[in-house]
Design a protein around this ligand. Structure first.
Ligand code: PLP
Length: 382
């Protein structure tokens, strides 16, 4: 069976061969527990330390600032719940377009006496700094604004948000899961106290991610146990995944330098073709990740289009699949003021390092045929 062309890199990425090679010894022969005192343990500990240095270098921090966790979801929960447990309840400010693993823990804090403020976005999906300033007129303990949105790819001015938040002594976090590996991400330049990145979005394995912390920040850990990761994340380290994460971070640095312009050229071609067929592009006038295109053909359901394109040989995502496994209308699009029936038509193409211009051309032809067929069918149904 031939697999479809993969256009869903914001969901997850294939494992880079070099990452797999680096991981294999830690799955086969170097299987020690990184806490053990014998040679097996030493091998594992050294490998984790090397990965910690690789991840730290990729975002411009010191290795001690890295807390290895299982995924972006765990990192975001660790920050929000861990910060809330250290602070007196006040206000938590998040954008209205956060991934559910930020939005939901933020919502849950309201049960513990926190006030939740959701920052609106404009029709292009951008947070307005004036809104951040207005929100921070209230006493605020925590601010979390994502660097790039998983659906639209729209990039926020996190450094400016952080500057405002710091004036009010709030702790600032950014979810950089989508941005990292696609654009340069520097912890210090972003001026945040905490940041999340995840391995499986950058051609690394599932099961490893990092919460990066300001050295002065003290959070209450989510898990109680053996005190791994300086007490921040108890549980035996997932050594093979962490090793893979480290190598993926190194590869991401060198890849980004050349890939951006290729991705942009492919996306431009794609979006020109989409517009010619009558698509509406979401976030198209904002600063965006180079690989992401989010669009809708208003009269055609997103789920239907995804299924038909899969049959035609292209793996893309529908709006509802971008942030959850449920069929809910995308909260990101609703926050951008998109009408619910149009939001239900949303489809995302997210390109990756191995995609080729030819695949874009093939996709546009396939899409054209699918759209014609679906329109013919709906005309018959009427
Ligand atoms: N944050 C964003 C913006 C994401 O897109 C995702 C995954 O899609 C996550 C967090 C969750 O990361 P993980 O899948 O590593 O738990």
């Amino acid at each position: 069976m031939t697999l479809p062309v993969y256009f869903d890199h914001n969901s997850t990425t294939p494992l880079d061969e070099r990452v797999l090679e680096a991981m294999l010894p830690y799955l086969r022969t170097h299987y020690g527990n990184a806490s053990s005192r014998h040679e097996y343990g030493t091998q594992a500990r050294k490998a984790v330390n090397l990965a910690r240095a690789q991840v730290a270098a990729a975002v411009g921090v010191e290795p001690v600032q890295i807390v290895f966790v299982s995924g972006g979801t765990e990192a975001n929960n660790t920050f929000i719940k861990g910060a809330a447990a250290q602070l007196t309840p006040s206000q938590i400010v998040v954008s209205a377009i956060e991934h559910p693993c930020v939005a939901k823990p933020a919502q849950e804090l309201t049960r513990a006496g926190w006030k939740l403020c959701k920052l609106a976005v404009d029709s292009e999906g951008r947070v307005d700094l004036a809104d951040v300033q207005a929100a921070l007129a209230q006493p605020t303990g925590i601010v979390s604004v994502m660097l790039a949105n998983n659906e639209t790819g729209v990039i926020q001015d996190v450094a400016a948000v952080a500057e405002t938040a710091r004036r009010q002594k709030a702790w600032v976090h950014t979810d950089a899961v989508q941005a990292f590996g696609k654009i340069a991400v520097d912890f210090t330049a972003l001026n945040v106290h905490a940041m999340t990145i995840s391995a499986h979005k950058i051609y690394g394995p599932k099961g490893a991610a990092a919460l990066i912390l300001d050295k002065r920040l003290e959070l209450k850990p989510l898990l109680s146990g053996g005190g791994h990761e300086k007490g921040m994340r108890s549980g035996t380290e997932n050594v093979p995944a962490i090793v893979g994460f480290g190598v993926a971070c190194e590869l991401a640095q060198s890849r980004m330098r050349n890939l951006s312009s290729e991705l942009l050229a492919m996306r431009d071609k794609l979006e020109q073709g989409l517009k010619d067929m009558g698509a509406r592009i979401f976030g198209g006038n904002a600063q965006r990740l180079p690989n992401t295109s989010y669009f809708a053909f208003p009269e055609i359901g997103g789920e239907t289009l995804v299924i038909e394109l899969d049959k035609a040989g292209y793996a893309v995502a529908s709006g509802s699949a971008c942030s959850s496994v449920s069929n809910d209308t995308s909260p990101t699009l609703l926050a951008m003021g998109v009408a619910p029936d149009i939001a239900k038509s949303a489809v995302r193409v997210s390109l990756g390092k191995d995609n080729k211009m030819q695949e874009i051309e093939g996709f546009l032809q396939a899409l054209h045929a699918v759209l014609n067929r679906l329109k013919r069918l709906s005309a018959i149904a009427v």
